[in-house]
Design a protein around this ligand. Structure first.
Ligand SMILES: [Zn+2]
Length: 264
């Protein structure tokens, strides 16, 4: 049995509690500019909220990281920061709102079957033309005229593992950089594990530069260490065990292996 949501998938003069003009103004404040995706997302989130019973607490799932999460944050209490909005970047222009406790909800997506072949919306969605050749005023007009009518909506049941409440668990100082992090991420923080986005990777000398070739330690005898290497013994030692430029000996290889390094 599926619910018929067609009465919600119609053009609309309002988005949530906003008039269209107010929403465009609010979107400009929130997002920097009233992107077409955000305006369309506004209609989508508005329709999804109307599809849910009034008296439930809902969470949101955005299947794209582009624009749509901001429509959720503008129109509902769900935000990335409070954890009630999750982004699962499948690259699909789709949003789901669901009951926090039961996982039952609705998924709304842009339905190509409902978009005319010569529509500027289709050109924009499928990137059929370079952005500078797209007709932005026409696109805006068509999105405002269409509202949620170019979408489809269906009931969904969100998987239990998607609904697990995020928890930091125990927090400990990282033995390398000293910053507090959730112990469940491992013996050292994820940044020091090599996930730092920065080139000047403060405190993370155990990771090689990405451009350098890692060598199995047993083949490294006679070579030079290209970076400092740190032995991690929480509370005992965190000075570099091997210094940049140091020539590696057979004994060093054993020590490196005891430090848990198979490649350098
Ligand atoms: Zn760290």
């Amino acid at each position: 049995m599926t619910t018929d949501y067609s009465h919600l998938l119609v053009p609309s003069e309002t988005i949530g509690s906003y008039t269209i003009d107010q929403f465009i103004e609010a979107a400009t404040q929130f997002h920097g500019y009233a992107a077409p995706g955000l305006v369309l997302g506004g209609f989508m989130v508005d329709a999804a909220i109307k599809a849910l019973p009034d008296d439930i607490l809902f969470d949101a799932l955005s299947e794209t990281s582009w624009c749509l999460p901001d429509a959720v944050q503008m129109l509902s209490p769900c935000s990335v920061g409070n954890g009630w909005l999750k982004i699962l970047n499948l690259g699909l222009y789709s949003v789901c709102l669901y009951d926090k406790f039961t996982g039952h909800g609705v998924r709304l997506w842009v339905d190509l079957d409902k978009i005319d072949l010569d529509s500027e919306i289709r050109t924009w969605l499928l990137k059929n033309k370079p952005k500078q050749e797209q007709d932005s005023p026409l696109l805006r007009r068509q999105i405002l005229e269409a509202g949620a009518s170019i979408c489809s909506m269906r009931d969904v049941q969100v998987k239990p593992e998607q609904r697990i409440k995020r928890s930091k668990g125990t927090v400990v100082p990282c033995p390398i950089c000293g910053e507090p992090y959730p112990a469940q991420f491992g013996a050292i923080c994820r940044s020091c594990q090599g996930e730092s986005p920065y080139l000047d990777n403060l405190g993370t000398d155990i990771m090689p530069e990405p451009s350098l070739v890692a060598t199995p330690v047993e083949k490294a005898v006679g070579g030079q260490a290209l970076h400092d290497m740190t032995r991690i013994e929480p509370g005992v030692s965190k000075g570099p065990e091997f210094k940049y430029g140091q020539i590696l000996t057979g004994g060093d290889v054993c020590r490196l292996q005891r430090m848990g390094r198979s490649r350098i």
